[in-house]
Ligand binder design. Structure first.
Ligand SMILES: NC(=O)c1ccc[n+]([C@@H]2O[C@H](COP(=O)([O-])OP(=O)(O)OC[C@H]3O[C@@H](n4cnc5c(N)ncnc54)[C@H](OP(=O)(O)O)[C@@H]3O)[C@@H](O)[C@H]2O)c1
Length: 261
């Protein structure tokens, strides 16, 4: 297993789901951690457990990342404590499913700020430092839904298409500067995402479900192996492959039915 001793990893959305698994996998590799989300109680519990089991330093920051300027504020707080971020896991995010016009507009704009603006801001402020040090990793959590238009998940899928394309472009731009950007594109997994998004999990989707631990393991490995993108799971990979062969009207008709929006 890779040794990340003395490195600092910042994991957003570390109060549940994939974020807990990313934090655990990185602590197992002996990275120190900064955990960020709104709910501090679950993160404090996780921090205590990781400190005890892996003898790593863990800092908890309770923050609403959908607020403007939080990335810059977080960077200044960490600078004041002398903490350089070597690994940034941009994971916090949520989905909204159902008819676009039935989704409350303020929820949609909040989701756009969290899924796109805060990801962009955090990547900008922390990758700048990484470039100066000529070393670092940024893992962006996109989605399988980012590969095509998804009726029933219209705005959410569009945010993940943004994350995927941002990640691929930055992989190319930052690689010569020693910084690796990787976009992880999970399909459905067993986290609170499904309830928060109000997703209906169809029988076909059930067959494709992977555990959060499996998804996070694939993401961490791809990041450390310096890959641009990764899709966890054979059926999810096959979906992306078949999608590329289909005309766009057919893609959106099929995926809209399967995604359960
Ligand atoms: N599970 C899936 O099926 C799936 C598939 C593809 C992609 N994804 C993506 O994976 C990422 C993680 O989701 P998950 O599945 O692990 O869902 P989850 O269990 O619901 O976790 C979401 C995390 O984001 C945090 N978060 C939400 N709003 C926030 C805000 N305003 N400020 C700071 N943190 C916030 C939550 O913490 P607080 O509530 O404490 O703030 C929580 O820690 C998301 O980007 C999601 O879009 C999930």
């Amino acid at each position: 297993m890779e040794d990340l001793s003395n490195k600092w990893a910042l994991v957003t959305g570390a109060s549940s789901g994939f974020g807990v698994e990313f934090a655990t996998l990185l602590a197992e590799r002996r990275a120190n951690l900064v955990l960020v989300a709104r709910r501090t109680e679950p993160m404090e519990k996780l921090a205590e457990d990781l400190r005890r089991r892996h003898s790593v330093q863990v800092i908890v920051e309770g923050m609403d990342l959908s607020q403007a300027g939080v990335g810059v504020a977080l960077k200044s707080r960490l600078d004041a404590r002398g903490i350089p971020v070597d690994i940034l896991v941009n994971n916090a995010g949520y989905g909204l499913s159902g008819a676009f016009l039935d989704q409350p507009l303020d929820r949609i704009t909040d989701m756009l700020r969290l899924n796109m603006v805060s990801v962009t801001e955090l990547t900008h402020v922390f990758a700048r430092d990484m470039v100066k040090r000529r070393s670092g990793h940024v893992l962006l959590i996109a989605s399988l839904l980012g590969y095509q238009a998804v009726p029933g998940f219209a705005a959410y899928a569009a945010t993940k298409a943004y994350v995927l394309l941002l990640g691929e472009a930055l992989h190319q731009e930052l690689e010569p500067h020693g910084v690796v950007v990787t976009a992880l594109c999970p399909g459905t997994s067993r986290t609170s995402f499904v309830e928060v998004a109000g997703q209906r999990v169809s029988p076909l989707l059930k067959m494709m479900i992977l555990s959060p631990r499996r998804v996070a393991t694939v993401g961490v490995r791809a990041m450390l192996h310096r890959r641009a993108t990764v899709v966890p799971g054979f059926l999810n990979k096959a979906t992306v492959f078949l999608d590329r062969l289909m005309p766009r009207p057919m893609q959106r008709m099929i995926v809209g039915k399967v995604a359960g929006g």
